[in-house]
Design a protein around this ligand. Structure first.
Ligand SMILES: [Zn+2]
Ligand SMILES: [Zn+2]
Length: 328
């Protein structure tokens, strides 16, 4: 039996450990991929830390997979470069799936959570949920587009025609979305951790018109605030930065509890909403848009054996741009 190196989590809040596993056998409609890179997402931290615990354990995390098809299926031939996102499969039949909201399917399975992920030398994926990737992005630089870019894009789309956008938490998603929003002619206000001068300079370099700490007042009333940081206290704080009729959009899968706040701050038809997962339509749109907008991703590479170090660096806020595990 052929084996592979993989990083496996035994249980929620358990240890992520290097193991040897059998190379997975693709089921009907699944492709077998040789993984070349897999982006590291804050959701991976939530999975490893047990903040969310609905996976199928033991699990290989990682849901921004770039790889080459070695056994084809569903029209994807061997040799094709594809990306595999967080949304790994859906039922295809429920009211959500048949109304363009497959991101909300009750029977959806997620990559690196209920389905095996990409912190491994090989992975299997439902061919219908693999994306062809745009040329011009090396594998490691394409990986962050698959969740940071893609779910970030869904959050941006929810903001509609908002001209003044606040981004709270300047990690992998905001570093991509700032470039897209600036290209679209919007003004981005970047709220980083207080005192993070390097992060604020990074945001300005990518096109933000203003950057400051999350404890600062917004220099202008915002049309929409997008929260990438999983800190519940940012909800009432950002709400005070948003004009009447504006929105606070929570883009993460997990957030600490939201403190209570005066109704007056919500008054004026302000809206608070979450963004859940992605649809394949979001993926196709973002992967077509990113090269046109000239998006470049800034990545810090970690070998597969150092996946835990990559997660620790992300947790500590040490990554400028996106962390990516590369598989030799
Ligand atoms: Zn993610
Ligand atoms: Zn469904």
């Amino acid at each position: 039996m052929q084996t592979m190196r993989a990083m496996q989590l035994d249980r929620p809040g358990g240890r992520l450990e290097a193991v040897e596993l059998p190379v997975p056998e693709p089921g009907p409609g699944e492709v077998l991929l040789r993984v070349s890179a897999c982006g590291v997402c804050r959701t991976d931290l939530h999975i490893v830390d047990g903040d969310i615990a609905e996976g199928r354990y033991p699990v290989v995390p990682g849901h921004q997979i770039v790889g080459e098809v070695v056994r084809g299926a569903g029209g994807l031939a061997a040799g094709t470069r594809v990306g595999v996102p967080w949304l790994g499969s859906t039922c295809g039949q429920c009211g959500y799936c048949t109304s363009g909201r497959e991101n909300l399917c009750d029977d959806a399975e997620f990559t690196g959570y209920q389905r095996p992920g990409g912190f491994a030398e090989y992975a299997v994926a439902d061919a219908r949920f693999c994306f062809p990737l745009p040329d011009g992005y090396p594998d490691d630089q394409a990986a962050p587009l698959l969740c940071a870019g893609l779910i970030g894009y869904r959050a941006l789309a929810m903001a509609g025609d908002a001209a003044r956008l606040g981004f709270y938490g300047f990690g992998a998603a905001a570093h991509i979305l700032t470039q897209i929003a600036a290209w679209q002619g919007r003004a981005v206000y970047a709220f980083t951790r207080d005192g993070d001068a390097a992060g604020q300079a990074f945001a300005r370099r990518l096109g933000a018109v203003w950057a400051g700490g999350s404890g600062d007042a917004s220099p202008e009333p915002l049309d929409a605030a997008i929260l990438f940081a999983p800190a519940g206290e940012l909800v009432p704080r950002s709400l005070t930065h948003v004009r009447k009729g504006g929105q606070v959009i929570c883009a993460g899968i997990h957030m600490s509890d939201i403190p209570s706040f005066p109704y007056r701050d919500l008054w004026g038809e302000r809206v608070i909403r979450s963004v859940a997962n992605l649809t394949r339509a979001d993926g196709r749109t973002l992967l077509e848009l990113a090269p046109r907008a000239g998006v470049r991703t800034q990545v810090t590479r970690f070998p597969l054996a150092d996946t835990v170090a990559a997660l620790d660096a992300l947790r500590a806020g040490e990554i400028e741009g996106a962390a990516v595990v590369v598989v030799d």
